[in-house]
Design a protein around this ligand. Structure first.
Ligand code: ADP
Ligand code: MG
Length: 600
């Protein structure tokens, strides 16, 4: 009994439904019609569940996902036609074709960000139709391919197909659940929420998106192979129909995209409505009209989809008491950061060297032939008036923007041409002026999301309960926020979010952390913790480059201090010297700042 209580309710309900579906043809074997309706629902659910990986998790909407069903069907059918092998046995090859096509085209399209992908997915679907129509020798053109009838006795009706689709559905859902548990899955959600930020914490966004597109297509391709045999006939127009893609998207939206069971639930609802509309509504037009109206209603009234709405209602009625294992005051444990720092040979060369870097925005030169050095083990400050180019310089160092000219050397390696995630893997971490946490993720997921290297093993590590999650909890302990691990990051105060962002960066085991105005908007009590953490980490071997307007804090914490004005460095030196420098006083600190403030 206690075991059952420990299984999350969603999985329990899913298990009971699955059991009922397994038993249904056994209990009720002479019902070909409902079995036929259900197996089509399974097929749609397989597709919606796959679609959910690229479009729900990663947020890249595909409007042509039924293409993979067609590709799978054609693969199995063509092989069957030319070799005489039963299409059912070669259905997995349909999945392989789908993945190959997804990866090849994905690697072209998914290098870009944003809307290009949506358009291309439709274009791909239509091109597939055209190719299938015109490649007569292979596909029989618009005449289509006719396959032999099922080899089993007609007494079994479509029951074998029923189970084949049900098994594929279970596998597709398990696959999707596994992805959601890994750091790969967390990375996909990070991409959906803030792609630039994801790249800066070591997520190789290009590879992640291509892999997600490939993963989303596999079971659809396999199901396509089975579907070809079920239909016994396929042609280009039917196999690459846009309506199929619309049903997939509709299912995921109705059920709740980005959730595990939402797309499956949605697919059952949509295929039942689709079936009812076919039986009672008559023409295809009225079917499309009914489906269109549902889509409008869902977008207007249930933007998150049914499942998230239900779960939200349930949670509000039954709030969960979270037990806190308090790990506050864990500042001493900064040693765990030291353990993970690369034991690079102690070199006297600077950790970071920026030489002659320039960045223009149209006519404005935001960073102008700037030089900057950060010594190993230092907490270096970068101060300067608003608009002097400090944040832009950070963006150039971490790769969020490309410099027009100049060189950036980190740990003896030229990095100015490298992707942001590669710089992250080399040990360069940053926080943002306005925090960019993934607001819909929990605090813990935020801290687990970064990838310290590009290895497949790291990507596929368990993010929910494995050693990665354990380490994330330790890092939250360092910044004193372990008890908020399971809260939504967006619910924390601004200052707490800044600390979480610091813990997040620590997951990269960085050698250098760039902090962009860490104290901005942080209340005084958290400020003390923040400086404490910075000092502690610095003693553990982490170097810092800090942009900050709180001058007393800078003069107290940092050495040396560089002063930026109009895109380049105008003065550098220890805090004592900067405080008295007339050039600095004139350019930045102004009349309302007096040296004694530093002692306040
Ligand atoms: P700071 O961080 O020192 O306040 P920024 O680096 O944010 O300064 O900005 C330097 C200058 O570059 C400002 O004039 C700003 O308006 C401009 N700037 C910054 N980012 C962009 C951008 N993405 N596009 C155009 N102009 C920008
Ligand atoms: Mg700035």
């Amino acid at each position: 009994m206690t075991l059952i209580r420990r299984i999350p309710r969603q999985h329990l309900v899913a298990g009971i439904v699955l059991l009922a579906l397994i038993l249904y043809p056994v209990i009720n074997p002479w019902q070909p019609y409902p079995q036929g309706v259900l197996l089509i629902a399974f097929l749609l659910a397989i597709q919606a569940s796959g679609w959910n990986i690229i479009s729900g998790y990663a947020g890249y909407i595909s409007l042509g996902h039924s293409m993979f069903l067609g590709l799978g069907s054609y693969t199995a059918a063509i092989i069957a036609l030319h070799t005489g092998v039963n299409p059912l046995w070669v259905a997995p090859l349909g999945g392989v074709t789908a993945v190959v096509v997804a990866v090849v085209f994905g690697s072209v399209v998914l290098r870009t960000r944003g809307h290009a992908f949506v358009i291309i997915t439709i274009a791909l679907l239509l091109s597939a139709q055209i190719v299938a129509t015109n490649w007569d020798g292979l596909t029989n053109g618009s005449d289509g391919i006719t396959l032999e009838l099922p080899f089993w006795s007609s007494d079994f009706q479509n029951i074998p197909f029923y189970y084949a689709f049900l098994i594929l559905l279970v596998l597709a859902v398990l696959f999707s659940a596994w992805i959601a548990r890994t750091k790969f899955g967390t990375g996909l959600i990070a991409i959906r929420e803030d792609e630039g930020k994801a790249a800066s914490i070591g997520v190789n966004t290009t590879v992640f998106k291509i892999m997600a597109y490939g993963a989303s297509s596999f079971f659809i391709g396999v199901a396509g192979g089975v579907y070809a045999y079920y239909q016994t006939f396929l042609n280009p127009v039917g196999s690459f129909a846009i309506l199929g893609s619309v049903l997939i998207v509709l299912s995921a939206l109705v059920g709740g995209r980005g959730t595990l069971y939402g797309p499956v639930l949605g697919a059952f609802i949509v295929s039942l409505i689709n079936e009812a509309a076919t039986v009672y509504g008559g023409s295809t037009q009225s079917r499309v009209l009914i489906l269109g109206l549902i889509l409008v209603a869902v977008v207007l009234f249930l933007p998150a989809g049914l499942l998230p709405t239900f779960i939200g209602m349930y949670r509000r009625r039954h709030p969960v008491e979270t037990e806190y294992t308090d790990q506050e005051g864990a500042l001493k444990s900064a040693a765990i950061v030291r353990d993970r720092l690369p034991s690079s040979p102690v070199s006297s060369a600077p950790l970071l060297e920026v030489r002659g870097v320039t960045k223009r925005f149209g006519g404005l030169t935001a960073v102008d032939n700037a030089d900057l050095t950060v010594e190993r083990g230092s907490i270096t400050a970068l101060i300067g008036p608003n608009g002097s180019g400090k944040t832009t310089l950070f963006n150039l160092i971490t790769g969020n923007m490309q410099a027009d000219s100049g060189t950036i050397t980190f740990n003896g390696k030229r990095i100015e041409k490298l992707a942001p995630w590669t710089r992250g893997h080399l040990g360069l971490g940053r926080t943002f002026q306005v925090t960019r946490l993934f607001k819909d993720m929990t605090v813990l997921q935020n801290v687990v999301a970064p990838l310290p290297d590009g290895r497949l093993r790291t990507m596929l590590a368990d993010a929910v309960s494995g050693h990665e999650a354990a380490r994330a909890r330790e890092l939250l302990g360092i910044v004193g926020l372990a008890r908020f691990a399971d809260q939504k990051a967006g619910d924390l105060s601004y200052g707490q979010q800044k600390l979480v962002e610091l813990a997040q960066v620590l997951m990269l085991s960085p050698e250098l952390i760039l902090l962009d105005e860490p104290a901005g908007g942080v209340n005084p009590s958290l400020l003390g913790r923040l400086t404490g953490v910075i000092r502690e980490l610095n003693q553990a071997g982490v170097s810092f480059l800090v942009v900050e307007h709180n001058i007393p804090l800078v003069l107290d914490l940092c050495d040396p201090v560089h002063v930026f004005a109009r895109g380049s460095c105008i003065a550098s030196g220890p805090p004592g010297q900067i405080r008295e420098d007339p050039v600095v006083l004139d350019a930045y600190l102004g009349d309302d700042w007096r040296p004694q403030d530093a002692h306040a």
